[in-house]
Write a protein that binds this ligand. Structure first.
Ligand SMILES: [Mg+2]
Length: 272
């Protein structure tokens, strides 16, 4: 009886896995070039870290910072986090460790971990525009406003029913300001409004022009809609793209969950 139940549970799990990833192709280790040749580019939320009900609740599991630190050494510094979060926010999450990064969807960049003055920041969003967008958070309790300076994010994981109203309100504001250089980034339970001049992809292109990234083959891992711009440019740079949670268009392989990405990164250091 007991084993029958276990069998049934296993069957159900298999079905669920199949449903989740109909084209499941695990990441083939042999695909990954030697650490001397690659630049490791990693999205944070939903890729390195498990998603939480609110963005403030994410945490770095034991061992991850050490793995990232050792990979940074072994790639002569060619490891960068590529995130929609601000540099400031990334540093808080990984404190006391500091990593090179493309942050704020390309609005910020850190090429050197030794000198904060070298960090690059895009200009902030227009104040009046920000004020109007911020008012959208009042549509419903549970909508969380995050001001990143050069962009503004409305998180609604705690108020999923408000999705339509949020996007409608944003559209109205945009219709009112047809010449504002802004664009809307839809994400997982987040609507982000940012300057239209940069993306994660433009940030990665810029990053790859600088030492210690220049001349290396980029390997990018990401999970969300905004990561697709980076997946799309990997072939131009002879790079590799891996998605997390689903098999995205044009990737070389995919991971089921952030825990699998973390295990994969640890194995890069010690292939045995
Ligand atoms: Mg992500």
């Amino acid at each position: 009886m007991k084993s029958e139940l276990a069998e049934m549970a296993l069957d159900q799990k298999r079905t669920m896995l199949d449903d989740d990833a109909p084209d499941a192709v695990p990441v083939p280790h042999a695909l990954v070039p030697h650490l001397d040749e690659i630049a490791i580019l990693l999205d944070i939320d939903g890729t390195l870290l498990d998603l939480m009900p609110t963005p403030r609740e994410v945490w770095v599991p034991p061992g991850l910072s050490e793995t990232l630190g050792r990979l940074t050494e072994r790639t002569s510094g060619a490891l960068a986090l590529v995130s929609g979060r601000s540099l400031n926010d990334i540093d808080l999450i990984f404190a006391p460790d500091v990593f090179r990064a493309v942050a704020g969807h390309g609005a910020e960049m850190r090429l050197s971990v030794d000198n904060e003055a070298d960090d690059v920041h895009a200009p902030p969003l227009d104040k009046e525009l920000k004020r109007r967008l911020a008012a959208i958070a009042k549509l419903s309790p549970g909508i969380l406003l995050e001001d990143k300076g050069y962009s503004l994010a409305l998180h609604y994981r705690l108020a999923p029913h408000a999705e339509k109203a949020i996007y409608e309100s944003v559209s109205l504001i945009r219709a009112d300001l047809p010449n504002a250089p802004i664009e809307v980034l839809p994400g997982k339970f987040v609507c982000e409004i940012k300057h239209s001049g940069f993306t994660k992809a433009s940030g990665v292109r810029e990053l790859m022009k600088h030492e210690p990234f220049r001349g290396r083959r980029p390997m990018f891992i990401g999970d969300d809609v905004t990561d697709e711009t980076v997946f799309a440019i990997m072939p131009d740079m002879d790079g590799l793209a891996f998605s997390v949670g689903r098999r995205a268009m044009g990737v070389n392989g995919h991971f089921d969950a952030p825990a699998d990405v973390r295990a994969f990164l640890a194995r890069l250091l010690d292939p045995r």
